[in-house]
Structures are given as structure tokens and as C-alpha cells.
Write a protein of this length. Sequence first.
Length: 681
Amino acid sequence: MEKRCLFPQAGGFLHGGDYNPDQWLDRPDILKEDIRLMKLAGVNCVTLGVFSWVMYEPVEGQFSFDWLEEIMDRLYAEGIYTILSTPSAAHPAWLDAAYPTVMMVKANGERNRHGGRGNSCWSSPKYREKIGIIDRKLASRFGSHPGLLLWHISNEVGGECFCPLCAERFREYLGRRFDQDIQKLNQAWWTPFWGHCYSDFAQIEPPYSNGETSIPGLLVEWKRFTTWNIVDFLKTEIRIFKELTPQIPVTLNFMSFSQKLDYREAAKELSLVSWDSYPAFHNDQETLYETMAKTAFHHVLIRSLKPEKPYLLMECTPSVVHGMPYNKQKRPGVHRLACLQAIACGSDSVLYFQWRKNRGGHEQHHGAVVDHLGTGDTRIFREVSEVGSMLRRISEAAGSMPGSGAALLVDWDNRWALNEGRLAGEQTKNYEKTCIALWKEFFRRGVEMNVVSTEADLSGCRVVVAPMMYMLRPGTAANLKRFVENGGLLLATYLTGYVDEHQLCYMGGFPGDGLSALFGVISEELDTLYPSDRNGIRFADGTHWEVYDYAEVLRVGSAEVLGVYAEDYYQDGAAVTCNTYGQGKAYYVAARVAPAQMWTLFERMLKEAGLPVKCLPEGVEYHQRRGEKDVYDFYLNWTTQARDVPVAEGEDLLTGHPVTENMLRLDPYGAAVIRRLAPEE
Ligand code: GAL
């Protein structure tokens, strides 16, 4: 596999994070000390300027960049590179006072007042114009700075604006989408129901909280529009950098699995992707391993946006977060492990929010590498420095990538449709939870599984799991058929193929759009169970699965029945089926079952597909990054007990010791990164 080290000039992995020296310009002693401490901690990169608009332009039209240049120069002289952010996430007070329409309007139609951040109207020409001026100045002044690695657009973008301008752009967007034909829209949104027909695009409003929230087609289209509009805004920023500094890549920082923006649309505009990770460490509802399995899912979700190259962990906390119900410290050793997890999943960086704690302001208690104490002799600082040395020890792995023969299909439209739709159980749909829970079963056995869209090219996959694919986009059914026809193994579940992209139910049987032929079944009824209800599924070999939440009643066509319901009026009816289609097979699981119970079926699919499964001790995570000649096996022990893991011979880059036995002991919260020659493909 070709290695694509993102920033060879920085020597491999990036280590550092958000640095906000704007607050300390009157404290040269602190700025000097920062650089000394950064070097001690093995920091080679900082992110500057995320919220610096007012520092760049303290008064409208008056600009000040000297302070930034001085800091970038000083950092670069000490071997520390810069990711430079555009400051669009935080408006200066003068901007909002002079041009109130740059602020966001809430779903009730009320405009926000000045304050906070992420408070922008994506459509506002004034906002776009003003940030464009700053961006051009940043690009022309710093674009050829030798310390500049990357442009970072805004901060964690997302959020809907309901202002009159956005409403107008929504109507224009709908006009384009429906060929300016209002009858096409009426048909697609089924507006004769409840007498909601429109006679003109001008009559359509966004789904204000006190307005039209009863047309499913409108609701999902509004979400798509919001993504389109945010991306349109992002393009106005990105265009400037592509034009003035084509040699510098561009990213933005995503959040975990945000509903607010279809990341796949935004990722198309970026050179590389990045995200901010803030798991609730050591919470009292799950083991640390379970928390970190969920975090691994988020890493892989982001990686899968551009699976051909590494991504960046743009933010994580070196110690505590702030603003969660409980803000527990990471136990000693856990920070190193969490950083290594990011690297194992394909990140080429470990970056923090933030370098030094702010003295006042909203996030004054959020963890930072340098605490209010101000010294380098804290536990947190030492642990961060250990990460710095660890990243240097494994730097040869930068640019390598995990490979994957399995995929989980997840779509934003589908989650919007399911979450907003009035169907099944309001409290039990749990689309995101279901996706993560299924993914985790593969993760537990060290099976690398990408998280991709229903439109993705599946030709490199052998096994695909598609949970609750309620909404089918145009082309999804054809994509899945092609995959199975060519020998792929596909598994879909209850709630598949009910509606099309406009939320219109398929006629002639679910799953629609021809998928009933692929699965060889038709789902005739969906039974929604109350929380205490249970059913079961019996298999010929005596296996029993427990059913909760949902059970579909199937009509079986060409499929082979593998399991049947144990009880109720659909007792003995098909619940798990398999249909041979072309060279492959399409499995259908008609009821909700704990993913752990479904493992027998997943295992059968993986075996048939020739994908290896690992036998990992409880609480141990595994990933493999593949380089040109070598592979890197990552083992992470998320428990407080030592764990013995079966390994292949190689060298542990963390210790520098050869691994000659086929069993390796990992200490509590211990890890190994074993380099070995890539096996012949
Ligand atoms: C992130 C955000 C940072 C900082 C951090 C800690 O979501 O991008 O600017 O606020 O959270 O709370």
C-alpha cells in the first residue's frame, strides 16, 4: 500500500494543538515559556487563530496581523509548524452591531443576539464578504510562510438558520430541485394529504417550530438544504485558499457523529478531514473499553470520509473536558492510550484543545497541556510529553493506513428521515446506537470495518452490513445489487427500503426499489414492541436469539429461511433469511436482536468472505496500519488488568524490543505497536 505521509516536513505525526496566544500578548514571559514547554512536550505543530477575528480586525476595516506573524516566526524558528484557522466561527461585537443579519435565526423565527460562537447566518452576503476579506489577507500574508502546514476553516460548523434570506434560498434550492415545477414538488411531498398543496414556490417556508412541520418530504429537504447552504458558505472560504495558495491543503474540524451536517458533502471540498474527540472517560454507565469502542467508531467514520489517506485528530483534551454533566480526569496512562487509538485508526496527528488554560472566559476550566499552575511538572504535562516521545518512536508509521474488507452503510438522509419520521417507536428507533452497536461486534474481533455511504463504491468490500436503511437514495438499490451480484455478502435489517428520497413509501412491498428481489422477501408488517415485550428467533441448530423493539412479518419469496419467530401470531414465520443473488448472498434479519447474538451470523459471513477474525482478550482493541513494506499491528489494553494477546513476530516500536513469542503481555492500560513485514497479498 502506498504511504502518504501528510506532512513529511514535520517529521511524521503532528503533536500539539489549539494555541490561543491572543490572550497573552501583554505577557511576553508566558509566550516565551510556552515555546520552551512545547519543545519539552515534543510539540511540533499548533493551530492558531480559530477565534481571532477581533484580533485581526479590532475595528471594521482596520487590520492587525503583525502579532500573528511574530508568533508564527518564533514558533517556526523552534521547529513548530502552524495550522492556521479562519476565524469565521466567532464574530466580533462590532460586526453583529453593525450588521445584525449576519447572526443566525432560530427555528421560532427569532434572531439570536450577539454572543457565543457558531452564531452565523450561512447565507448572509455581509458575513461572506467580511470573512472573505480576512481570508484573502491571511492567504496573501501567510500563504508562503515556511511554517504553514494547513488551512483550517472555521470551527465545527453546523446549525440551521431560519432567517428570511435562508428561507428565500431554500425556495430557490427547491425550485432547482423540482425543475421549477410546483406540481412535481406537490407530488414528491404528497401534499394533497391534509390539504397542504402549494400553488407557488413562494408559499413554502422552512419548518419553523410554529409552522409547517408535518410534511416529511419538506423536513428532510430542509436538512439537505442546510447542508448544501453550509457547504456553499464553506466553498466561499475555501475558494480563496485554493486560488491564492493551491499548495496548502485545507481542512475543517468535524464533530463526532453530528446530525447537523452531512459530513460527506463537506468532505468533498476538503483536502483532508479532521475531527474533535471528547469521549466521556470513565463514566459510570459502561466500561472504558465500551466508551473507547464508540470513540473508535467515530474515528473510523471520519477516516472513511477519505479512506485513501490519513486524517487528523484536530482536538482532544489532555485531561478533563468542561461542560459535561461530570468532568472526570483520565486515569494515569489513559491519555497515552486514547492518543494511540487515534493513530491506530489512521490519524496522523494528536492535537489538543488547548495548549494553555485561559484564565477567564467560557472554557477556563477545560483541560489544557499547561494548567493555571503554569509549570511543566504536572502529571498531565508529563503524560503529554510521553505522547510526544511515543509519536517520535512510531513516526515511521505516519502515512500508512488501515485496510478494510468490510463496511457498515450509514447515511445522513436516512438518519434524518428515521429520526424525524413518525413511525415505529418514538423512543426506540435508535438508529445511531444500532449502527454503533453492530459495528462494535466487528471491532471486538479486530475486523476493520469502514463506515461508508450507500452510494460508495463497494467493489473493494467482501462483507457489507446495512442497518435500518429506511430511506433509499436513487442508485442505492442498484449499488447493493451490483455488490451482491459480484459476489458480495450483504446483511440488511428490519426497516429497510420503506421510503424513497422524498419520503414517499414504496408501493408493491418493502424493501422497495427492487430490493425485495435482492433479499427474496417482502416485509408485510412491522410490529413495534413495548420495552418489556420479548419474542425470540429459533434456528435449526437450536440457537435462540432474543427479539426486542421491532419484528417484521415477512412473506418469503426466493430466500432460504434460516430462523423463525418463536412466539406470537407470527410464530414460525421467517425472521432471518438468506437469498443467493448472482455470485453473492443477501441476508435479511427482520427483527431487532442484540448484536452480540448476531455474531454467529456475522462470523459465518466473514468466514465465507475469507476475512480473518481475531481472538482478542476482553478489553483489548486491535488495528493494523499498512505501509509499503511493513504492517503495524496496534494492540491497546483498556483494562486495569494485564492481558495476554496472541501476536505475530516483529518488533514492538514502543519498547524497541523484538517480539519473538506468539503471546505478548500487555500491562494494565498497556499497548504495543508491532512492526513486521507485510504478508504477501
Ligand atoms: C470543541 C471546540 C473547541 C473547544 C473544545 C472544548 O468542540 O472546537 O473550540 O471549545 O470543544 O470544549
